[in-house]
Design a protein around this ligand. Structure first.
Ligand code: ADP
Ligand code: MG
Length: 297
């Protein structure tokens, strides 16, 4: 590959909204046959809203919103932001008026833990609550199944060792995602969805954009392992992501693509940045590099 042709490719990339770390990146793009897509913030907007509140028998909805909202307000996670904003709105409060937790701890890929109003509160995945030995989860099973089947991310809430209710958060698939996946397929790539979210939610999103292979319930530290395993099968893997928890997987892939709307950690770990956060530009990037390299031959 002549440096001049690669430089031309890099310049054309910038016009398309693709920032390329170095001209040599285009070379590794041409053999890519598999594209791993993070769900939240990549295939979906990541702008979540609180959709449903379900309090267990004997629990007041007001207290559920207050304790869960206060704890999640201390977290930056998109799910947490939706819970805090929704809890405040439904309580007629400003988010800033939610009580400050006395203690707070973030559990990556799982949820949050802390103390609010003297109660030991947990909010997050079923795994987080089960591992903490929380009782009363069975009473929430029906409500949880219903929300997950509808494609919502469920935040289970417990305090003082007992499950008290759940909050269902809704995210929307981006308008452009289905078309992007179609274009990627047309280029001969196999799309794969990768997420820390629950399987039912992941499958709903995968169905909406026509992705056949889904890795769900994957812990942040295990996302890179999924990419490693695909490479060990002999595939040449591109990965698209936006979160801090995608950084290791982006660096492990043959080609890492970050959403420009995502975190600095994801952008730094990647070879390419899709400036507008539009997944269709991932297809543009692959097409561009193939064309650039074809003119060189
Ligand atoms: P993704 O891979 O979809 O970007 P994450 O790995 O960040 O998602 O999180 C995986 C799952 O863990 C989320 O879908 C959610 O169920 C749960 N979770 C993570 N952080 C929080 C939080 N602050 N509050 C509630 N649930 C959370
Ligand atoms: Mg994400």
């Amino acid at each position: 590959a002549t440096p001049t042709a690669l430089m031309v490719g890099t310049g054309r990339g910038a016009q398309l909204g693709i920032l390329i770390k170095g001209p040599e990146v285009l070379e590794s793009t041409k053999r890519v046959d598999t594209i791993v897509l993070d769900k939240t913030g990549t295939v979906t907007t990541g702008k979540m809203t609180l959709h449903e509140v379900y309090a267990a028998q004997g629990t007041g909805e007001k207290e559920l919103l207050r304790l869960a909202g206060a704890l999640e307000h201390a977290s930056e996670h998109p799910v947490a932001r939706a819970v805090a904003a929704g809890a405040a709105r439904r309580s007629g409060l400003d988010v800033a008026d939610l009580p400050a937790p006395e203690r707070f701890e973030n559990v990556p890929g799982a949820g949050v833990r802390g103390t609010v109003d003297g109660h030991a509160v947990l909010a997050g995945s079923a795994r987080l609550l089960a591992e903490a030995g929380v009782t009363g989860l069975d009473a929430l099973a029906d409500a949880r199944e219903r929300a997950e089947a509808a494609g919502r991310t469920v935040v289970l809430v417990a305090w003082d060792g007992v499950a008290r209710g759940l909050l269902a958060v809704a995210d929307a698939v981006k308008d452009t995602s289905a078309e992007a996946v179609r274009e990627l397929r047309r280029l001969g790539l196999t799309p794969v969805l990768l997420t820390g979210d629950h399987r039912a939610v992941a499958e709903t999103v995968a169905r909406a954009v026509d992705i056949g292979t889904v890795y769900a319930d994957v812990l942040p530290e295990d996302k890179a392992d999924v990419v490693r395993r695909l490479r060990a099968e002999g595939r040449v893997v591109a990965m698209v992501g936006d979160g801090v928890n995608d950084a290791a997987a982006l660096a492990t892939a043959d080609l890492g693509l970050a959403m420009g709307t995502g975190t600095d950690a994801a952008i730094e770990a990647s070879d390419l940045t899709l400036v507008r956060g539009d997944l269709r530009t991932a297809a543009d990037a692959i097409r561009l590099s193939r064309r650039t390299l074809a003119t060189i031959k």
